[in-house]
Design a protein around this ligand. Structure first.
Ligand SMILES: NC(=O)c1ccc[n+]([C@@H]2O[C@H](COP(=O)([O-])OP(=O)(O)OC[C@H]3O[C@@H](n4cnc5c(N)ncnc54)[C@H](OP(=O)(O)O)[C@@H]3O)[C@@H](O)[C@H]2O)c1
Length: 360
């Protein structure tokens, strides 16, 4: 591991890109060296390119405000020569994103991606660092396919599953057979605020494009295994979901129902959550929450407004665990969708891959 890594943010003017800036401007290992976005922003100072779209609570960090935004699609070789790796969160067509990410990887610039385009590429790891850090090993096979020495793509899963998959994972030892989850997702997940999406005030929308598929299928890759040169999805548990947009600025909540082969007691479930830690905690990574899963005994928790910022928005809050009449148990979980669910989760994954030596 080096003392310092130069990083680029591709899609720096977007909602996730802005989060990357707030998380990285004072990072102990990483220096923001490049900001890039579309041709609309290229050539402008960052503060002018992002303008009124800046949606973070804090001001634009001084360090980046006057940086000139580069063109993410046209300056690939130049950007690759200026950084050790890039974070990528762009709003483009899927095939365009796939081509863009592969172009950076082939220019020997590793890509830590928030986009969905490469999530089902079999040799691209989709990592929740506490759960499947071992999937990083597939990067060697991916480099062979791409013909690269350093370049590769690693992706983050969708934000919708970021609360319930961590809560279910430590219970897998009891043989989880069935999961039903209804997610109540914040508007920042669509890159929006109440100013840019006033229709969401006093409203609920029972549809989020593509989310049902992502929230049911992506967990099976995360729980999958490396076989040869690919990751093979797990064949259980069976998962069904409904994803609903709610008038909340930040924080995705999920109501979860679970059944087991060997039903644990309520105390065993709470202990499994309390004891759960993974590679980020063992390695002491800068963005690792000390306690990944926090259980609340209060009947009215977790609440988006009160609990989404727990441990800097990197922890998962759980509550309301009780028996169910159709499944074994039900509970409610919450995670911050643009922190743990997007930029924060990607930064933690980069820290993990840095500590494992994949970004040298
Ligand atoms: N928001 C979330 O919670 C969340 C969670 C997980 C994953 N994601 C994923 O992250 C990605 C970005 O989401 P977002 O919410 O940040 O979107 P967003 O706010 O709409 O921002 C999109 C970004 O993409 C850039 N862009 C658009 N077209 C481009 C092009 N042709 N070339 C280069 N850059 C281009 C934009 O630059 P300009 O400003 O120059 O147009 C902007 O920086 C999406 O793939 C989304 O699915 C989002």
């Amino acid at each position: 591991m080096k003392d310092n890594y130069k990083v680029g943010i591709i899609g720096a003017t977007g909602m996730v890109g802005q989060r990357f800036i707030t998380l990285l401007h004072d990072h102990p290992w990483y220096d923001i060296t490049v900001l890039a976005a579309s041709a609309r922003s290229a050539g402008k100072k960052y503060k002018d390119a992002v303008g009124a779209k800046w949606a973070m609570d804090e001001d634009i960090p001084e360090k980046v405000a006057d940086m000139v935004v580069m063109n993410a699609s046209e300056d690939i070789e130049k950007i690759a020569s200026m950084v050790d790796f890039v974070f990528c969160a762009v709003d483009m067509k899927k095939d365009e994103i796939k081509a863009l990410e592969e172009a950076y990887a082939k220019a020997e610039c590793p890509v830590i991606s928030n986009n969905s385009a490469n999530r089902h590429t079999p040799d691209v790891p989709m990592i929740i660092p506490e759960i499947n850090d071992d999937h990083a090993e597939i990067i060697n096979a991916q480099r062979k396919r791409l013909g690269t020495k350093r370049g590769f793509i690693a992706v983050k899963s969708n934000c919708s599953l970021q609360s319930y998959v961590p809560a279910i994972h430590p219970l897998m030892k009891y043989g989880v057979t069935k999961v039903l989850a209804t997610t109540y997702q914040a508007i920042s997940g669509a890159g929006k605020t109440f100013e840019t999406w006033p229709e969401m005030l006093d409203n609920i929308i029972p549809f989020i494009g593509g989310k049902k598929k992502k929230s049911e299928i992506e967990p099976l890759k995360i729980w999958g295994k490396i076989e040869g040169d690919k990751i093979v999805d797990a064949d259980s548990p069976s998962i069904t979901t409904q994803c609903i947009r709610v008038p909340v600025s930040n924080g995705h909540t999920a109501a979860v129902f679970v059944s087991f082969e060997n039903k644990p007691s309520i105390d065993e479930i709470k202990k499994a959550w309390a004891d759960f830690s993974g590679a980020p905690q063992k390695l002491g990574l800068p963005h690792a929450p000390k306690q990944f899963i926090h259980y609340f005994e209060e009947d009215d928790r977790p609440q988006a407004k009160l609990d989404r910022m727990l441990e800097g928005g990197m922890a998962v809050s759980v509550g309301r665990l009780r028996p169910d009449t159709q499944y074994d148990y039900k509970f409610v979980c919450l995670s911050h969708n643009t922190l743990r669910g997007a930029a924060g989760g990607a930064v933690l994954m980069a820290e993990l891959l840095t500590a494992k030596g994949y970004l040298d």
